[in-house]
Design a protein around this ligand. Structure first.
Ligand code: GUN
Length: 300
């Protein structure tokens, strides 16, 4: 029996386009008030083709909102000391408000040391241990872009998330863990599933909000999804099907018609990630220029 596909498709592409338009206005306003153009530096080490595509997209979109973009492409043979030197220069550069080192790094480099060498106030990825700690303890943090984009779409669709059961599938530092922290901060009851979880389908079936970020094509089947759930699919997987190359998510989209809403792949979470990176750069700029970008405190 074919059940009708009733789930709303959450339009991440349109949502990101709106956000980017508002950011472009914000950037113009900041320039007018400060005489300074916000700037984002992106560092790419090596020739990973997917990373090169992401970095080019970040460069294009940074320029498109009127910000400065500084892309540093380094050879795969770059040493830890050379990368640390570059980060020290970028930390000190006043025209650079945000710094992102594209991951993964070549295996000989220590990613944690690299991330923690970025000035936390310029850490627009939100991966620095200080930002992770701030997020975990409810303090003002720069928040990782992909989970931030997921949260914005969830709040847009659901309003308050308070009291809802949320299941996050995947416990990466980039998505799963910060996603769980953000949902907890919204007063969700949060469970995180991973490769050692005993019964992932049963846990997923308890979720009012299901966020999947594991990088396994169509892992989550229709009968793992509770009717009326909101599903956020972070996966972007290239597969061969019927002799054609296709991009699919971590959720079997065609089986999810009984969800209330689901992000499609492509066109769901993906476009929100870069939009949130630009938003974080504007946030970082404002925090670095508090006297000219924030209303004066009321006289006491
Ligand atoms: N590689 C895959 N996703 C990301 C991301 O959000 N930030 C960085 N720096 N690298 C990534």
């Amino acid at each position: 029996m074919n059940t009708p596909f009733l789930a709303e498709r959450i339009d991440g592409k349109g949502f990101a386009a709106d956000l980017v338009e508002r950011l472009a206005d914000d950037v113009r306003d900041l320039q007018a008030r400060t005489g300074i153009t916000p700037g984002l530096a992106v560092v790419l080490v090596g020739e990973d083709p997917a990373s090169a595509v992401y970095v080019s997209a970040k460069h294009r979109q940074t320029l498109a909102v009127g910000m400065q973009s500084f892309v540093h492409r380094l050879p795969a043979s770059t040493s830890q000391a050379e990368l640390m030197d570059l980060l020290a220069q970028l930390n000190a550069a006043s025209e650079v408000n945000g710094i992102l080192v594209q991951l993964p790094l070549p295996a000989h480099l220590d990613s944690n040391a690299v991330i923690n060498a970025i000035d936390p106030d310029k850490d627009v990825d939100g991966f620095h241990i200080l930002n992770a700690g701030r997020l975990a303890t409810g303090q003002d943090a720069l928040v990782p872009c992909t989970p931030l984009g997921c949260l914005l779409m969830l709040k847009d669709r659901l309003g308050s998330l308070s009291g809802l059961n949320a299941v996050v599938v995947g416990k990466s530092n980039i998505v799963g863990k910060p996603m769980a922290q953000l949902l907890m901060a919204e007063n969700c009851t949060v469970a995180v599933a991973h490769s050692k979880t005993r019964d992932v389908p049963a846990l997923c079936r308890s979720a009012d909000i299901l966020v999947v970020a594991v990088g396994r094509p169509e892992l989550v089947k229709g009968d793992w999804i509770k009717p009326g759930a909101v599903v956020i699919d972070v996966g972007i997987n290239r597969i061969e099907r019927d002799g054609r190359s296709r991009i699919v998510g971590d959720v079997a989209f065609a089986e999810a018609g009984h969800a209330a809403a689901i992000t499609p792949v492509p066109g769901g979470v993906g476009p929100m990630t870069i939009a949130c990176l630009l938003a974080n750069t504007v946030t970082a700029f404002k925090r670095q220029h508090p006297l000219v970008t924030q209303p004066a405190a009321a006289a006491v």
